[in-house]
Design a protein around this ligand. Structure first.
Ligand code: FES
Ligand code: FES
Length: 177
């Protein structure tokens, strides 16, 4: 029997204290520095959701196919479900919770999603907005066609694509700083 199989026959799971050494991780999330002890197998998504209670970032497919887990790491968008947190020591992560101040105005792209009805159930929305912020920052939002292409990794089961594209194209056209 493999040493990675527990005595009850089950496989170790991310977050278990058995079967893996722990490692330190320094992560700055939305401007706040966190010093954590993690299992090296934990995804960045699980660290955000399960350890830091930042549940705005959603777990959809958990295999890199839907974009619901999109966050920005050092300014670049990634699927956090595919990212081992251990690879991001000292990184700066931005999630939907940090996009606008709790007692301040919405980020222009959040406001545009509301204005253009870019969501229905909302499950994909945090990932869409974080990806949209990056899409605009990359200079890939000059037209609706360009937005469709560069947002193709973010899936919406509700089919709210027309509103998503309209919101990003509009804000991209404003050339946000
Ligand atoms: S949950 Fe990460 S891509 Fe679907
Ligand atoms: S709004 Fe429901 S999945 Fe996109």
């Amino acid at each position: 029997m493999s040493s990675s199989v527990r005595s009850d026959g089950s496989q170790p799971q991310p977050g278990d204290s058995h079967g893996s050494t722990r490692m330190p991780l320094c992560l700055t999330v939305n401007g706040t520095l966190h010093r954590l002890e993690i299992d090296p197998r934990e995804s960045l998504l699980d660290v955000l959701r399960e350890r830091l209670d930042l549940t705005g970032t959603k777990k959809g497919c958990n295999q890199g196919a839907c974009g619901a887990c999109t966050v920005l790491v050092d300014g670049r968008r990634i699927n956090s479900c595919l990212a081992l947190a251990a690879m991001y020591n000292d990184a700066h992560v931005s999630t939907i919770e940090g996009l606008s101040p709790a007692d301040g105005d919405l980020h222009p792209l959040q406001a545009a999603f509301i204005a253009h009805e870019g969501f229905q159930c909302g499950f994909c929305t945090a990932g869409q907005i974080m990806s949209g912020v990056a899409c605009i920052g990359e200079g890939h939002a000059a037209s609706a066609d360009e937005v469709r292409f560069w947002m193709s990794g973010n899936i919406c089961r509700c089919g709210a694509y027309p509103g998503v594209v309209a919101a990003i194209a509009e804000v991209g056209g404003r050339k946000l700083s």
